[in-house]
Design a binder for this molecule. Sequence first.
Ligand code: B16
Ligand code: MG
Length: 211
Amino acid sequence: RFKAVIFDLDGVITDTAHYHYLAWKQLAESQGVHFDHAFNENLKGIDRMGSLDLILASSSRTYTPEEKLALADAKNLHYQELIATMSSKDLLPGAVEALDTVRRAGLRIGLASVSKNAFTVLERLGITDKFDYVVDAAIIARGKPDPEIFLKAARELGVAPADCLGVEDAVAGVASIKSAGMFALGIGHPFVLTEADVVITSLKEFNLAAY
Ligand code: B16
Ligand code: MG
């Protein structure tokens, strides 16, 4: 019944969330801010400056816009070092099979990641050509949970939002899909992704005919 499937990248197709975690943890601790996995959950799907603001809210001092940019750049450089070694071995179980299932069913395939490193990650994973359209995060004004990025993907794919299935692992991402008027498939835990229409543990359980 769907005409397109729009995937998130981090946490759905590959586990860059772990690399983001390592890079943010080092940055946070350099500023005297405690950082753990629970806090990292809040950053999933949130863009770079938004994530930095959430971390620095726990700092005892204030930061100028220039200082914030320098910190964001430092985190990104560290992150880029970490993802430089990625390859197809970093694809999450079931990811390629899900993409191929959608392709065989004749649906359009989009990618809606707010990461400005998404093109690099797709190249490293070797799956760039599996997508009909990849949103360039640099042109998105409002990050998740705003629907902008999923609506942009649908428009470029030439499919009405109501005919799209969105796939997300983050609370903010599921909210973005739902406010775009799409069906939301959550990857993770139903207690966390309460707004999703269906939640599965990983793309290994992806079953297009069931949604
Ligand atoms: P970058 P997604 C998001 O990607 C990540 O979940 C989030 O943790 C990260 O801060 C954001 O990308 C920005 O990434 O610093 O590389 O531009 O989940 O939308 O694929
Ligand atoms: Mg994600």
